[in-house]
Design a protein around this ligand. Structure first.
Ligand code: ZN
Length: 659
C-alpha cells in the first residue's frame, strides 16, 4: 500500500482542518481501508469562543459522511474538556453518550459526532486516523491473531482486545493505552475490529496508517496469504436463462423480509469460486469481518436457497441473545442480505439497489479477508453474541424508530420501453423519484449512459426483436432480481398520410413497433410480473387518438387502438394473478423530441394561434408535459390504483371530442 500524499494536491487545502479533510479523503479512496461510512478521523484544535475564551475542540467525523467525500462541515466540533471528563465515568449508556456528544458541540448544525469521539479525545496526538483495514482484520481474525500482531509490530502499537465500539471501547483504551504505550508507539490495533494511528500532522498520522497496514500486508505476503488466487470459472451459459428462478427467489425473500427487496446477482469467477468452495459451509458461517458490517450483511450469508431455514435460525439467534439486553428490542427482518449459491454465485440484497451494491462491496472484501485468514491457518470471527450486540445496538435501534416510511416503490423494479427521451424518460424519472429501480430500454444507445446511478440500468434494445427482449429481461433480473412494473411506451409517430396514399409496408412498420413489440414484451414479462412481491402492474401509454382519432393518422390511431384492446384483454386474463393493467391517453405533449420549435410554430400558424395558445388548446387551457404523463403512469402502478384495472385515463387538459 502506497501513500497517496501529494504536496501539490495538499496545498489546495488550508489549515489543520483542511489537511484533515485532505488525508481523510485519501483514506476513503482506498476501499481496502474503509468502506461505506466505516472508519473515522479527527483533529484537535484550539478556537476562541464567543466570550473571547480559548477552547480546546475535537473536530471528529460526523455520522452520515463518508471519508472519501468528507468536507470541513462533515467534522463535528466537540469540547475536549467534556470528552475527557466523560472518559473518566464508570458507566455511560451509548444513548447518553450520544446526547453528551451532541450537547457539547460548538456548532449546533454540525452532524452527530462519531461514536468513537471519546476514544479520539483520549489519544493525545493532534491527528488521529481510524480504519478497518482488510489486512489488519485478516491477521487479527485468526486463532493466534494477537501473537501475530505482536510479531508484526512489537512496541509500535498497543493491542486492544475486542469490546463493543462506543463508550466501552473508549473506556478500555483509556485504561490500557496509557499503561502500555511506549515512546515508539504510533498506533493501536483493535482485535477483530481495525486500527488507529496518530501523529502531530495530518500527513504523519496518515502515513503511519499506510506504513502499519503495509507491514500487515507484507506479513501476509511472506506467508503466501496476501494474493488470493481466483479460480478460472467459465461464465454462466447465456442460453440457460436464470430469470425465472431469480424472480422466484426474490419473491420468497421479499416475503421473509416483509417488504420488496432488490436482489443483485454476481456470477464472476470470484463470486462463483467462493460459493463453490468445498469448505464454504465452514468458512462463510462464522461471522462478519468486522462487527459493523453486520448492519449490511447480517451475521452470516444464506448458503443455497433454504430461506425458511435461514429465517428460523435468525429468529433463534434473536431469541437467544435479546433477553440479555437492558431494554426491549425490536427484531429486524429475518431475511439474509448475502446469499452464496453454487449456481447463482454471490447474491446481495437490500431495500434499494444502492444497499444491495454496498452489501456486495462489503462481501467481496469479506471473501478476500476470510481466504487470507484461511491461508494463515484458519479464519476466526467474533462470537455471535458480540455481533448481536452491534446489530441490536441501542443507537441502531433508535435509528430504526426514527426512520420514516420508505418511498412508495422502494425495493421494486420498473421497466420502461423507449426510455431514452420524451415521455419514456419522464416515466423513468417518476419511477426513480418513487424509489423504484428502473430498467430503461431504448434503441438509442444514449440509454446506456442516461444515468450513472446504482438504481438505473440502461439497455440498448430493439423492442421488435424477441431475442433482444429476452436478453434485456435476463439482465434486468440479474441486476435487480425480477420485475414489478412494466411501462409500455416505445412507439413511433409516422408523418401524416391519408389512407389512399398509405402503403401496406408503412402501415405494417407502424403496427410492428406500436403493437407487435408490445405483445412480445408482455409475453416475455408475464412470468416475472406474476412473481412480483406486491403483484405486477402494467402502465400503457396510449393516445388521445384511441377515443378520438385524427385524419392523416390511420396507422398510428389503429395501432394505438389495437394496443388499447390488447391491454384490456391483458387486464382480463392477468387479473387472476393480481396483475393490473391501466392505460393513459395523453394528447399534445409538446416537450418531446418529436416537436421542434419550428414544427410547433408551423402547426400554431396553421390554426391561426400563437405557440402558447396552441400548447394550451384544450378545455382547461393547460399545457400537458411529458412529466405529467410520467407521473400518471407511475401513479397507475401505485396504491391509488390498487383496485383499478383496465382504466383509460385521458391526460389532455380536456378534449371536447374525448369528453
Ligand atoms: Zn471502527
Amino acid at each position: 500500500m502506497k501513500s497517496l500524499w501529494n504536496d501539490q494536491a495538499a496545498a489546495a487545502y488550508s489549515g489543520d482542518l483542511g489537511l484533515r479533510v485532505y488525508t481523510s479523503r485519501l483514506l476513503g479512496q482506498d476501499k481496502s481501508l474503509v468502506m461505506h461510512g466505516g472508519g473515522n478521523t479527527s483533529v484537535k484544535l484550539t478556537e476562541t469562543n464567543i466570550l473571547g475564551e480559548p477552547e480546546d475542540l475535537l473536530y471528529v467525523k460526523g455520522s452520515g459522511w463518508d471519508l472519501d467525500s468528507i468536507e470541513a462541515p462533515g467534522f463535528a466540533p466537540v469540547r475536549m474538556r467534556h470528552l475527557l471528563g466523560l472518559a473518566k465515568l464508570e458507566t455511560l449508556s451509548d444513548s447518553q453518550m450520544a446526547n453528551e456528544l451532541k450537547a457539547n458541540m460548538t456548532r449546533a448544525s454540525a452532524p452527530a459526532p462519531s461514536v468513537e469521539a471519546i476514544l479520539h479525545a483520549i489519544l493525545l496526538s493532534k491527528f488521529v486516523d481510524h480504519t478497518h483495514a482488510d489486512a489488519i482484520i485478516s491477521v487479527t481474525n485468526t486463532a493466534n491473531g494477537r501473537e501475530r500482531v505482536q510479531e508484526i509490530y512489537g512496541a509500535s502499537v498497543v493491542v486492544i482486545p475486542y469490546v463493543m465500539p462506543g463508550f466501552k471501547l473508549a473506556r478500555l483504551c483509556a485504561r490500557i493505552y496509557p499503561a502500555e504505550a511506549r515512546p515508539e508507539t504510533v498506533g493501536m490495533i483493535l482485535m477483530n475490529h481495525g486500527i488507529f494511528t496518530f501523529g502531530a500532522t495530518a500527513r504523519e498520522s496518515y502515513e503511519r496508517m499506510i506504513e502499519l497496514v503495509t507491514l500487515a500486508e507484507n506479513y501476509l505476503t511472506r506467508l503466501g496469504a496476501w494474493t488470493i488466487v481466483v479460480p478460472n470459472i467459465p461464465p454462466l451459459d447465456p442460453a440457460k436463462p436464470l430469470r425465472g428462478d431469480l424472480a422466484a427467489l426474490r419473491q420468497a425473500l421479499s416475503e421473509v423480509a416483509g417488504f420488496p427487496v432488490i436482489m443483485a446477482s454476481h456470477s464472476d469467477s470470484q463470486a462463483l469460486g467462493f460459493a463453490r468452495r468445498r469448505d464454504v459451509n465452514e468458512i462463510s458461517q462464522k461471522g462478519p469481518a468486522t462487527p459493523d458490517h453486520v448492519i449490511r450483511t447480517k451475521r452470516v450469508p444464506l448458503l443455497g436457497r433454504d430461506l425458511q431455514g435461514y429465517k428460523k435460525a435468525y429468529e433463534a439467534y434473536f431469541n437467544q441473545y435479546s433477553p440479555q439486553s437492558r431494554q426491549p428490542l425490536t427484531m429486524l427482518d429475518p431475511a439474509p442480505r448475502v446469499i452464496l449459491d453454487p449456481e447463482f454465485g454471490l447474491i446481495t440484497i437490500g431495500q434499494t439497489a444502492k444497499d444491495a451494491a454496498i452489501s456486495e462491496d462489503i462481501y467481496r472484501h469479506t471473501m478476500d479477508i476470510i481466504l487470507r485468514a484461511v491461508a494463515l491457518g484458519g479464519w476466526q470471527a467474533l462470537p455471535a453474541k458480540d455481533i448481536f450486540d452491534v446489530e441490536y445496538w441501542e443507537l441502531e435501534q433508535a435509528k430504526l424508530q426514527k426512520a420514516g416510511k420508505p418511498p412508495v416503490f422502494a425495493g421494486e423494479i420498473a421497466l420502461v420501453t423507449g426510455a431514452a427521451s420524451g415521455i419514456g424518460k419522464a416515466c423513468a424519472d417518476s419511477m426513480l423519484a418513487r424509489g423504484a429501480a428502473v430498467v430503461g430500454l431504448d434503441i438509442n444507445p444514449k440509454i446506456e449512459t442516461l444515468y450513472k446511478r446504482p438504481d438505473f440500468l440502461g439497455i440498448r434494445c430493439d423492442v421488435t426483436d424477441e431475442g433482444a427482449i429476452a436478453t434485456a429481461l435476463e439482465n434486468a433480473s440479474r441486476s435487480f432480481g425480477g420485475l414489478d412494473m412494466l411501462v409500455l411506451n416505445a412507439g413511433i409517430f409516422p408523418s401524416s398520410r391519408r389512407i389512399e396514399s398509405l402503403s401496406l409496408a408503412e402501415w405494417q412498420a407502424v403496427m410492428h413497433v406500436n403493437l407487435d413489440a408490445n405483445l412480445a414484451m408482455m409475453n416475455a414479462a408475464y412470468p416475472l410480473l406474476k412473481l412480483a412481491p406486491r403483484r405486477g402492474r402494467v402502465a400503457v401509454i396510449g393516445s388521445k387518438n384511441v377515443p378520438a382519432p385524427g385524419p392523416g393518422a390511420a396507422a398510428y390511431s389503429a395501432s394505438k387502438a389495437a394496443l388499447n384492446q390488447l391491454a384490456r384483454v391483458a387486464a382480463l386474463e392477468w387479473g387472476a394473478d393480481g396483475i393490473r393493467v391501466n392505460i393513459v391517453h395523453p394528447n399534445a405533449v409538446f416537450d418531446t423530441g418529436l416537436w421542434t420549435e419550428e414544427l410547433l410554430k408551423t402547426r400554431a400558424e396553421h390554426y391561426k394561434m400563437t405557440v402558447e395558445e396552441y400548447k394550451r388548446n384544450n378545455v382547461l387551457k393547460v399545457p400537458v408535459t411529458s412529466h405529467d404523463v410520467g407521473e400518471m403512469a407511475a401513479e397507475m402502478c401505485g396504491p391509488l390504483f390498487a383496485k383499478t384495472t383496465a382504466a383509460q385515463v385521458p391526460l389532455d387538459g380536456g378534449n371536447e371530442r374525448v369528453i
